[in-house]
Design a protein. Sequence first.
Length: 113
Amino acid sequence: MDCLFCKIVNGDIPSAKVYEDEYVYAFKDINPNAPVHVLVIPKKHVADSIDCANCENAEVLTKVLLAIPKVAALCNLTNGYRVITNVGEDGGQTVKHIHFHILGGEKLPVKLA
Ligand code: AMP
Ligand code: ZN
């Protein structure tokens, strides 16, 4: 499958790793929107949260969600952070492998929700 984030998980494209376990990989966003901007992804290719609607992928999603606070702690985000996932065209998703942005390291601007 021609997927940028699968290639990152496989080591075919370099990345700045922040965290890794059996199911999850986290790395620095190449174009950061905050002092800390990390992407947390499942190692398994799952396109988006709609693709998580079956049980097998739901389990993968749970692993990612459990990893997020660990990643935040590793990044010393003791004063809080924001987690964003963009889904589909309207959500502005550019990479079709589900990912959660962790943003922090400053008081974040523009709250949409
Ligand atoms: P999204 O727009 O929600 O699909 O997020 C995709 C994110 O992937 C963007 O924030 C990009 O900056 C980031 N990105 C794209 N290519 C790379 C890469 N090679 N390494 C790290 N982050 C990347
Ligand atoms: Zn993928």
